[in-house]
Design a protein around this ligand. Structure first.
Ligand code: SAM
Length: 285
């Protein structure tokens, strides 16, 4: 595998993904009952923005750093920026927390997370990060194949009903990745029917993701919402022009929580021709 998230940490795609992730977790926290998070593609958990990888691409400069420079932003964006700031010294931005660290920051005593990561270095960093957090299990394993071992989720022998599966693969082979995602979701739903899902997807040319979105709507889920940010027109198959989060069984009226973020992300992270989309593809009756 050639993919290393250190080159991309804090870019526009991470900003969108992590705003949505935290808003979903906050929605789960409105009830006291425990929830479970399965992060199938965890990455390293924390990234140094002064690293050679980060300085080579400058992607964080055009992502999270642009938002940090703004004086006032909608609550759902401020909440994300506070979570990033919480992993940094006061007034500085040197670390970027990845999805497992953002989840761990948000979990309560009764909640649990399992995070999978295939690569040695990333998995070792994750294990060190969570060595003393008994709520978090780190598995160096293929995140698509751990369903049998992990689901339905339990804590202290009791089943956990609610929760989120976050699927954030590298898409080195896009069509094969879509197929693995869809097969994995079907398997998970067979073991844990109440699960919600957040699946990140890249957008180079938007028409190429439509087939995947149609297939996702045919899954046995009650509702499907997509949230997309294109930072420039999707006219080149070679660049990451934007990305989306496909949400299956999100909380009721979750679009209203995200809506205020959309114009702000377009304004601060977009170039000419940027656009956003927040659309129910399937809605519970
Ligand atoms: N979710 C992370 C975040 O938001 O901070 C970033 C994850 S990064 C996009 C994708 C990660 O998945 C890489 O670290 C890669 O090594 C790992 N990976 C690739 N295929 C995998 C698989 N089948 N199972 C688990 N991890 C995998």
């Amino acid at each position: 595998m050639n993919y290393h998230h250190a080159f991309h940490a804090g870019n526009h795609a991470d900003v969108l993904k992590h705003i949505v992730q935290l808003a979903l977790l906050d929605a789960f926290k409105r009830k006291d009952s425990p929830f479970f998070v399965l992060d199938t593609h965890g990455g390293a958990g924390r990234y140094l923005l002064t690293s050679e990888e980060s300085r080579k691409t400058l992607e964080a400069e055009n992502g999270v750093m642009r938002l940090m420079a703004q004086p006032k932003l909608p609550a759902v964006v401020e909440r994300y920026l506070k979570a990033v700031q919480a992993d940094n010294p006061v007034g500085a931005l040197v670390n970027y927390p990845g999805s497992p660290l953002l989840t761990a920051q948000t979990l309560r005593e009764q909640d649990r997370m399992a995070v999978c990561e295939l690569q040695d270095a990333e998995a070792a960093t994750l294990k060190a990060l969570f060595a003393h957090d008994s709520r978090v299990a780190v598995l160096q394993a293929d995140g698509y194949t751990q369903n049998k071992a992990l689901l339905p989720p339990k804590a202290n022998g009791a089943k956990i009903g609610r929760g989120l599966v976050l699927i954030d693969p590298p898409y080195e082979a896009q069509d094969a990745e879509y197929q693995r995602i869809l097969a994995s979701i079907e398997e998970i739903l067979g073991r844990w029917a109440q699960a919600s899902f957040a699946i990140w997807f890249p957008i180079k040319q938007r028409r190429t993701v439509l087939h995947f979105l149609r297939k996702a709507c045919a899954l046995p889920v009650k509702s499907v919402l997509t949230v997309e940010l294109l930072v420039r027109p999707d006219d080149s198959p070679l660049r990451l022009n934007g990305s989306g989060m496909l949400l299956l069984n999100p909380p009721w009226q979750f679009d209203q929580i995200l809506a205020p973020a959309m114009p702000v992300l377009k304004q601060h992270l977009g170039e000419a021709g940027a656009s956003t989309r927040l659309q129910w593809l399937k809605q519970a009756e």
